[in-house]
Design a protein around this ligand. Structure first.
Ligand code: BJW
Length: 241
């Protein structure tokens, strides 16, 4: 097994579990989002075409909660921002989350592969832009003025995740890959660990509340709440330098 490195490029994949202790629901836990709504209805292009008002309502409620629900980054988000600041080489966070808690904690090298809740885009202009209020079919595009053209800037099932080229390059050259708070059910993110493992000198670590779907693919697994295990692991990594 390759040792835990003390330098070299790092990729950190994060999922809904890292934001759970900040007050945001995960998807597949017992009390998760998919226990309350059907993913086919709210997280597919077909669902949006069938009932756009339902989908707008779903994202409006989550946007409102993110901005006004007392949500704040937790110790795990802050530990990753510290890691980026103190690690001698590049730390790239690839998050599946659409919340902005990594940014609020101070991380700057960040890819939102499933989009961002605080952005929208127009079917005609196709340019994402910042958005903090409710969205409806009647909301005109601020750029082209058309109605019925705006959608949340998120990646639904069947759509291509964002910045895959940059992500694949980073995975292929990293020395350390961390996967935090993700169940390993959704591809392509669930396959990142296998991509990294093709490089025999790269080390892979899962940090999750419980063993994920792909736990056996990692060199190390550390199980517990993100706000405990992530700061402790970051401390260990930085102390080993
Ligand atoms: C804690 C914790 C605490 C809790 N501390 N941990 C058949 C086989 C293989 C693939 C496919 C297939 N059929 C279709 C596909 C492809 C499909 C897919 O993967 N489907 C699977 C369901 C089978 N994927 C896609 O369609 C993707 N696009 C695509 O593949 O394009 C083609 C392509 C080809 C080749 C290369 C590249 C691309 C798009 C996927 C879009 C996912 N979108 C969503 C919604 C986004 C917007 C929104 O938020 O509303 O993204 S779905 C949802 O799942 C969301 C999440 O980002 C994503 C992942 O969920 P995550 O983060 O893992 O959350 P959970 O709830 O599953 O897990 C939380 C974990 O945290 C748990 O393990 C807990 O234990 C843990 N936890 N508390 C630490 N305190």
């Amino acid at each position: 097994m390759p040792p835990l490195p003390s330098a070299g490029p790092m990729v950190v994949l994060t999922g809904a579990g890292i934001s759970k202790e900040s007050g945001l629901d995960t998807f597949r836990d017992q009390d998760g989002i998919w226990s309350k709504v059907r993913l086919e209805d709210v997280a597919t292009p077909e669902g949006f075409a069938r009932d756009p008002a339902l989908v707008h309502g779903f994202y409006n409620a989550r946007r409102h909660n993110l901005l006004h629900g007392g949500i704040a980054p937790n110790a795990a988000h802050h530990a990753l921002a510290r890691l980026e600041a103190e690690w001698p080489d590049e730390v790239l966070i690839v998050t599946q989350n659409i919340d902005d808690l990594h940014e609020r904690a101070g991380s700057t090298r960040l890819i939102h592969m499933h989009g961002e809740l605080l952005k929208i885009r127009c079917r005609h202009c196709d340019q994402p832009r910042a958005w903090t209020s409710d969205l409806s079919l009647q909301t005109p595009c601020p750029d082209c003025g058309r109605t019925q053209s705006l959608r949340p800037h998120v990646v639904w099932f069947g759509e291509m995740p964002l910045q895959m080229g940059t992500i694949m390059t980073a995975l292929n050259r990293c020395r350390l890959f961390l996967s935090i708070g993700t169940s390993g059910h959704v591809y392509p993110a669930a396959g990142f660990v296998e991509t990294v493992r093709r490089n025999r000198s790269a080390h892979t670590v899962e940090l999750n509340l419980e063993p994920s779907e792909g736990a056996s693919l990692f060199h190390d697994c550390i199980h517990g709440p993100a706000s405990d295990v992530v700061p402790a692991f970051v401390e260990r990594l930085l102390a080993g330098r």
